[in-house]
Write a new protein. Structure first.
Length: 259
């Protein structure tokens, strides 16, 4: 019960402390935030083909077995789930898919990594701005089978297997990571491990985003520890996710922003 209530309690706290553009004293962060909001407005009705596939998933009541390798789910007590429920509860809404896409577009986007493919909806949004290769890693075979039907571009690489094994193997061949979205194995230890592995391959223009930072006590603990890293210069809490920038010229700061 506490686990299910935790995100709700966290949202109340987030709502009470979140800031808007009028609270931003940093010109860089003000412009970053303004551009994000403009991007979301301009693309509100863009990418209809991706949203059509989302709708198809939402109407698909086929049952599949999803093997959780991480912290499990607050909502699902059984590994057998309908595709419609996965689309409804485990896929990022368009609003946040656009946020991930926006921040990815601010990087060179030659090497883009997503941890946790799900149905592939977010991967497709990221693919639209990827200039090199998008690597999407997923540990549930049933989800890989569903996602690969839609991630057909040659520049998209869908990698199946335990991410604790597939991520190190990938990073052995990719010296630099421009953008990464961490949305898998929602536990304290896994999240810190992924962060530490990825930050060994970042540069000043890299951006990392961590999903579901208020999902559990463990995720919040990991997020609070991550934003204290000396490598992180700017951290932004959007409740649904946390964004990390590494530009050395930035004064280290943290914001809680409405989106």
């Amino acid at each position: 019960m506490i686990g299910r209530l935790f995100p709700f309690i966290q949202y109340i706290q987030y709502f009470l402390v979140k800031e808007d553009k009028h609270s931003l004293h940093s010109p860089f962060v003000f412009q970053l935030y303004q551009n994000l909001m403009a991007y979301a407005r301009e693309n509100k009705h863009a990418f209809p083909e991706i949203e059509d596939d989302r709708k198809a998933f939402l109407q698909n009541n086929t049952q599949v077995e999803v093997r959780d390798l991480g912290a499990g789910s607050h909502r699902f007590s059984s590994p057998v789930r309908s595709i419609s429920d996965i689309a409804r509860y485990s896929s990022s809404p368009k609003k946040f898919a656009l946020l991930y896409q926006y921040f990815c577009s601010l990087t060179p986007a030659k090497t883009v990594i997503e941890l946790g493919t799900g149905l592939g909806i977010t991967a497709r949004y990221l693919s639209e701005v990827t200039k090199g290769t998008l690597y999407s890693l997923e540990g549930a075979e049933a989800l890989v089978d569903l996602a690969k039907k839609h991630l057909t571009e040659k520049s998209n690489q869908l990698i199946y297997g335990d991410i604790s094994l597939t991520l190190p193997a990938l990073l052995n061949n990719e010296p630099l990571v421009d953008f990464a979205f961490l949305d898998a194995n929602h536990s304290y230890l896994h999240t810190l491990s992924y962060f530490n592995q990825l930050t060994a391959h970042i540069h000043e223009e890299s951006i990392l985003i961590i999903g579901d930072i208020h999902w559990s006590v463990e995720m919040l603990k990991a997020w609070k520890e991550i934003i204290q890293s000396t490598q992180v210069r700017l951290s932004i809490d959007f409740y649904e996710c946390g964004v990390l920038l590494f530009k050395k010229k930035l004064e280290k700061c943290h914001y809680v922003l409405h989106y």
